[in-house]
Write a protein that binds this ligand. Structure first.
Ligand code: SAM
Length: 224
């Protein structure tokens, strides 16, 4: 987050097709919950496009990059490293130590997909478990970032957004962002979305406005 040493998320082990949606969600979660950048290793161009598109529309600053080898990113990292794994030490026991380190230095947060090479465990300053139960890289990243930032990420401000969501108890409202520019996109519902209230619509893929197609297995995200 702005004014703090950078937090970069490294997503290792992307399997094209099978992991598109998960990798996209790692990127979106990193962006939404306060990280500054996500590095996607392997052939994750679909996920990169989706995360970049969401950043264009809903603001940043946030960067997404692709690398051939995540291990090279890990080896060259100048800062501290956290690896999220079910085999690690409980997050509640070491979060204070990680927070203190991050006040001084950049932090790389590594999440896997398939089996993670032993070198990652070895290079990490902390192997961190969000419970010692198997679940998901998206869930563990979300909990980790929230503990790292102690909730400050929830009040984060976005710059260069084209549009912003106006919180509502019911229904949904999206307006052109005050500090950004509205962009015309395909689909009538978006074109006249200057100020739009749609109490019947759902958020997420397959929502009733359906302006950006079906999320399905392609890894797309439709926040409309
Ligand atoms: N057996 C794998 C492992 O090494 O943890 C599980 C793979 S899991 C499908 C994909 C990723 O989710 C892991 O690489 C890890 O980053 C994350 N993950 C899953 N469960 C976790 C937990 N309890 N705590 C922290 N991270 C977890």
């Amino acid at each position: 987050m702005q004014g703090e040493p950078p937090v970069v998320v490294l997503r290792l082990g992307h399997r094209p097709g099978r992991d598109d949606r998960m990798t996209t969600h790692v990127g979106l979660t990193a962006r939404a919950l306060g990280a500054d950048r996500v590095v996607l290793a392997g052939d994750a161009s679909q996920a990169r496009e989706t995360v970049a598109d969401i950043t264009d529309r809903f603001g940043g600053p946030f960067e997404v990059s692709l690398v051939e080898s995540g291990l090279s990113t890990l080896r060259e990292w100048d800062g501290r490293i956290v690896h999220l794994t079910m085999y690690g030490l409980p997050i509640q026991d070491i979060e204070g130590e990680v927070r203190a380190a991050h006040r001084e230095e950049p932090l790389l947060v590594v999440v896997g997909a398939e089996k993670v090479p032993y070198e990652v465990y070895d290079r990490a300053g902390w192997n961190v478990a969000v419970t010692n139960q198997p679940h998901s890289e998206v869930a563990s990243l979300a909990v980790f970032l929230d503990r790292l930032f102690e909730g400050r990420e929830l009040d984060r401000e976005w710059v260069d957004a084209e549009r912003e969501v106006i919180p509502r108890a019911s229904g949904k409202r999206v307006e052109p962002a005050e500090n950004g520019t509205e962009r015309e996109v395909e689909g009538g519902a978006d074109r006249d979305a200057g100020t739009r209230t749609d109490p019947g619509a759902e958020t997420g893929s397959g929502g009733t406005t359906g302006t950006r197609g079906d999320a399905g297995e392609r890894g797309d995200v439709n926040p409309e």
